[in-house]
Design a protein around this ligand. Sequence first.
Ligand code: PMP
Length: 414
Amino acid sequence: MNIFEQHESEVRGYCRSFPTVFASAKGAWMTDANGRRYLDFFSGAGVLNYGHNPDCLKQALLAYLVRDGITHTLDMYSEAKAAFIERFQQTILEPRKLAYKLQFPGPTGTNAVEAALKLARKVTGRETVVSFTNAFHGMSLGALSVTGNGFKRAGAGIPLTHAAFMPFDGYMGSDTDTLDYLESVLQDNGSGTELPAAVILETVQAEGGVNVASVDWLRRLREITQQHGIVLIVDDVQVGCGRTGHFFSFEEAGIVPDIVTLSKSLSGYGLPLALVLIRPDLDQWAPGEHNGTFRGHCPAFVTATAALGYWCGTTLQEAIGQKSLLVQESLEHMLNRHGIDGSVRGRGLIHGVEFTDASLASRISQACFERGLVIETAGIDDQVLKLLPSLTIKEDELAHGLDTIDQGLRSALS
Ligand code: PMP
């Protein structure tokens, strides 16, 4: 029994799929305590979009620490926060003609989701929040209440008074437009139910199995929510910060949500940081109404500001497009070559391969780990192999990882 098994709670999760002790990491590679190297196709579930320890972020952080830059200020003003806000406006919001107020809700994605749900309920005076089948929004009680039932929801018992689930795009097969269903529910006032305060969604459901909402579906959802005065919350915690090929996942659809949540790769360095973007007229928080000790961490602001450098110009975006094609084609060829039933889905650099044989994804993940590739599964039954390499991964590293998946599949089938 190792020190972790002896002392850490049984709640331990990922370490069971990847049973080694990691010690250091650089770029797309992690190294364990025995010096064994692993290519990372997991990226901390979307935290490490720019790879591990990127030099430009490390230099910015080191310089800040060397000059005794302040590390903690609660939500008091700091130079580090000012620099981030300014750069975020200049690099991300202004070029996209987006006007949002910025709220730092606490360190995690869940904190951002909680803030978004609370604000939507406060500004509308309504209670219900609509969420979608297979959604994942976090593990606190509020976030769990809008998270799909298939996820482990231990202790969930005090959810939102009303959380309504609707079928996500494609959930009822390609012949059914799931938004027709939503629209008819909203139009049926005969039951006397109030309109929802908000609709919350991931444009690509990551934990839920890489389910991609189509651009048309997203546009129509924006129209419907607008018509009914329902706050549209896009949870970009996992697929924001460039994962889909745009900084925001909703950009391809050309829609503007009322509230956006970001976290994971926002700091670019694995440091906890979360952000809620709020349509200015919805920013009806009273001072101190959503507080917490770690709202904006100065070292995280420093790396987050440096990380926005990746979004000056189009180099990263173009590279994501090329790599996305490589992944898509390679996975499709792999299924054909092995004569396997399955489907490949994705956008930008998040891809999922869903297998008809539900246990295959976990077997491949395990076989890949044995071959030095860290790759996770997703979906309610872990039936989807989920590829989440860093956006900055080199093409030969990507090809090496894809080749390892092929070997993993071969081994899992034998
Ligand atoms: N929303 C989405 C879409 C997520 O993927 C996650 C984390 N997997 C969360 C919210 C919760 O974020 P955190 O784990 O940082 O609380």
